[in-house]
Design a protein around this ligand. Sequence first.
Ligand SMILES: N[C@H](CCC[C@H](N)C(=O)O)C(=O)O
Length: 276
Amino acid sequence: MRLKFSKMHGLGNDFMVIDGVRQTVSLDTDRIRQLGNRHFGIGFDQLLLVESPQEENNDFRYRIFNNDGSEVEQCGNGARCFAKFVCDQKLTNKKAIRVETAKGVIVPEYLGQNQAIVDMGVPRFRPVDIPFVAEGDAITYPLDTGGYSCDISVVSMGNPHAVQVVDNVDTAPVKELGALIEIHHRFPEKVNAGFMQIVSRQEIRLRVFERGAGETLACGTGACAAVVAGIRRGLLDSKVLVHTRGGDLQIEWHGDGQPVRMTGPAMTVFQGEIEV
Ligand SMILES: N[C@H](CCC[C@H](N)C(=O)O)C(=O)O
């Protein structure tokens, strides 16, 4: 069968976005991996599948798959692209859209001109929220792996993040150390590994080695987790400009119990059809 899709990105974190409302979609893990392959398929960091909601007071459900085929809980750049997609595809006439994810409902708002804003939920730090073998909800934990010793902050944005502070993101061993942290035994469901350079109390540089995708040009939930970790460490104020390799995100967090607000771009590159 032929499947229509949009190729989109948020700061270079790229997605295949599929309308599963007006199309019948059935993709297994192997097919998702094939579609995600940048040589034999379309190529993407994540696949976003838009579906009808399970609860009638919501507008949509959307499922998120890394390019290794793993289904995950949350995607920040994806949430902004989702909002633009359903507006552009005339799947809704709303601007603030209630969408079910694997870890609860979020309400991204498409602002027009390829910009969107979304409260990415309340960050959580306890082992019950993050499959991380640890006691309590400490600000940092020592982690030794592959000859490296680092102090990580563990933050759940629905999906798990291990964030550390580095002197310079350009010289940090992101690919080597990120790959080791991603599969570290203390994260039985793996983890996204963030590397944050503090520029000032209102500005950071960030690189993220993503679970199930490798290093991406930007990671929305990773930016949220890094700012939360920096604020908890007393290094950042509540509004932070996050420089990723793909561009900038505005992140805002006002403390425990409050959601993390993210503002940034969402772009459509092309629309296509593919035989699946
Ligand atoms: N790799 C992530 C999912 C995608 C998150 C990222 N692309 C974002 O923008 O938040 C995970 O396995 O939890």
